[in-house]
Write a protein that binds this ligand. Structure first.
Ligand SMILES: CC(C)(COP(=O)(O)OP(=O)(O)OC[C@H]1O[C@@H](n2cnc3c(N)ncnc32)[C@H](O)[C@@H]1OP(=O)(O)O)[C@@H](O)C(=O)NCCC(=O)NCCS
Length: 389
């Protein structure tokens, strides 16, 4: 075993390669994202979310019969059990954050199924079953929780609708149009996986201990909740609303930068060119707002983006601060009628497919993830009994 030296400490593990994956490739300099072999642009606006999940889990697209079976397998597991619903009601009474509600409700999924021994399943088979239940249940949990916080009854899921359409149906109680369903499918496909991001890493660390799938995903939800990971699209939309009119964009944004504020929806740790997910979501937003017949917010966002990019180049030359995924996530999800407190949990509805796929990969790798730490404390303390301190 190699013994680390002080110089091998890498804060934040930046640049450290800690997994091999066939699930996604993020090239921050080329601005390229590949999802299981497909350039994002090719997959996102063509696939249904069920096809994308199947692709991640099986490393191949399903044929007609496989897709039909898979859609049904997911659809039968959509309804909440009473224990999950009771928990969501208790959470809604206290108005807890939607991500906390999702994390707690995800834990109740262990009550839904017999343990692996009772069901006579191997550990791997139980994890596969639980991955399917997690993906199937996340939209129902998020939609039910939102309705409860608004004082409305949850809406029962429908097995005859696609994953994306059923989510919108459970939120608003109406079958969504083809355009709205396509908008949600495109969003879910776009954010389904993104290399070894923090929540995916958390899930892999947990499953690598031979813990179970539900524990791994509960940990991942906790990681995604943090504002440095999944929490930025709300503020990006607030910024556009604050500007309100394109003629004010330069003044408002200049003031923000001069006050030292960050422009939300711009800049990225990995992408030094435009985040490819921003383009896909911008195109999906344009289609959606055009179909709705009101392009005002879309056009304003485009103007805000143009002005922000010019000002960031002026004030932070050479920093390569470009539009990131959050800017157009906000516009698209708002156009689909989602309230901002649901943006991060809707992200989780997609990313749970990536997390579970990474867990399968990590199980295959079969290696405990156990880095080392560098001790920087003192080494020779003298013991004083409590009355001498
Ligand atoms: C995403 C983010 C955290 C990445 O940050 P990072 O790679 O750590 O970049 P740094 O914090 O090192 O910033 C580098 C420089 O660019 C500036 N900068 C970075 N993002 C900026 C932004 N959105 N607006 C204005 N200035 C920004 C920093 O102030 C810093 O300037 P300085 O060197 O003059 O102090 C950062 O760009 C950010 O805060 N963006 C806004 C929030 C957001 O959109 N988050 C969603 C990410 S998907």
């Amino acid at each position: 075993m190699s013994v680390p030296t002080a110089s091998s400490f890498v804060p934040g593990l930046e640049g450290v390669v800690a997994a091999q994956t066939r699930l996604s490739s993020v090239d921050g300099l080329a601005g390229e994202l590949i999802i299981a072999g497909f350039p994002l642009e090719r997959l996102a606006s063509n696939a249904t979310f069920e096809e994308t999940v199947y692709l991640l889990w099986h490393d191949a697209l399903p044929n007609v019969a496989q897709l039909d079976d898979f859609r049904q397998e997911l659809a039968v597991d959509r309804s909440l059990i009473p224990a999950t619903l009771d928990l969501l009601k208790a959470a809604a009474a206290q108005k807890v954050d939607a991500m906390d509600a999702l994390r707690m409700a995800a834990s109740t999924l262990s009550l839904r199924v017999p343990g692996e021994q009772a069901a006579n399943l191997s550990h791997e088979e139980a994890n596969k079953r639980d991955a399917r239940i997690l993906v199937a249940q996340f939209p129902t949990i998020v939609a039910a929780y939102w309705r409860l916080t608004e004082g409305n009854d949850p809406i029962e899921p429908r097995g005859d609708l696609s994953h994306a359409a059923n989510y919108l149906y459970m939120l608003f109680g109406a079958i969504p149009s083809a355009e709205r369903t396509r908008g949600m499918e495109t969003y879910l496909n776009t954010v389904v996986d993104h290399g070894l991001n923090a929540s995916t890493f958390a899930a892999r660390v947990i499953i690598a201990t031979q813990s179970d799938m539900i524990s791994a995903i509960v940990g991942a939800v906790g990681a995604l909740k943090g504002p440095l990971h999944g929490g930025a699209p709300g503020p990006a939309l607030d910024m556009v609303f604050e500007i309100g009119d394109a003629s004010r964009a330069e003044t408002v944004l200049r003031e923000k930068i001069e006050r030292g504020e960050r422009l939300m929806g711009f800049g990225h740790r990995v992408y030094k060119v435009r985040d490819p997910r921003a383009d896909v979501l911008a195109a999906a937003s344009e289609r959606l707002y055009r179909a709705d017949g009101d392009m005002a917010l879309y056009n304003l966002s485009r103007e805000v983006e143009k002005t922000a990019l010019a000002l960031l180049e002026e004030y932070k030359p050479g920093r390569n601060l470009k539009t990131n995924v959050e800017f157009y996530t906000a516009l698209l999800l708002h156009g689909l009628g989602l309230p901002t407190p649901l943006f991060t949990s809707t992200f989780a509805i997609s990313r749970v497919a990536g997390w579970t796929a990474h867990c399968f990969e990590q199980q295959q790798a079969g290696r405990l993830i156990r880095p080392q730490s560098e001790y920087i404390g003192v080494k020779d303390r003298h013991w004083l009994s409590v009355d001498q301190r």
